[in-house]
Ligand binder design. Structure first.
Ligand code: SF4
Ligand code: SF4
Length: 117
């Protein structure tokens, strides 16, 4: 794979990263922020929207039956965009996963730019 220049990366909001397998881990302050954003009691938010992460260290957002994040809406995108976890905002600059560049519309745009330059 060509090295992608992530300085030029733009998220095209395709939603693919909200629907691939794996945990969306939550920092403690993010739990408080999301619960406040939703107008929910923190304990209720934890009960209804989170589960133990696979690492058994901390909590992760639950998924819908289709495997997408519970807060992903196919029409509207992320329903908690203003307070989404750093795991979401830091992708793909701080972390990626195998095959991400085959599914992320922003990565595919960068690849096309590489081919045409
Ligand atoms: S919190 Fe929002 S951005 Fe993060 S995975 Fe869920 S829907 Fe996607
Ligand atoms: S897969 Fe890439 S382009 Fe699509 S929403 Fe995620 S970061 Fe944005």
């Amino acid at each position: 794979m060509d090295t992608l220049d992530l300085d030029k990366f733009i998220c095209l909001r395709c939603g693919a990263c909200c629907c691939w397998p794996g945990d969306v881990k939550l920092l403690e302050e993010e739990i408080d922020n999301i619960a406040a954003h939703l107008g929910m009691d923190v304990d209720i938010f934890i009960r209804d929207y989170t589960h133990l992460a696979a690492s058994r260290r901390g909590l992760s957002l639950i998924e819908n039956n289709d495997g997408c994040c519970i807060f992903y809406d196919f029409g509207k995108g992320c329903l908690i965009n203003e307070v989404k976890p750093v795991q979401c905002t830091s992708f793909p600059w701080d972390w990626t996963c195998p095959g991400w560049d085959e599914r992320c519309a922003g990565a595919m745009r960068l690849k096309k730019m590489n081919l045409s330059s």
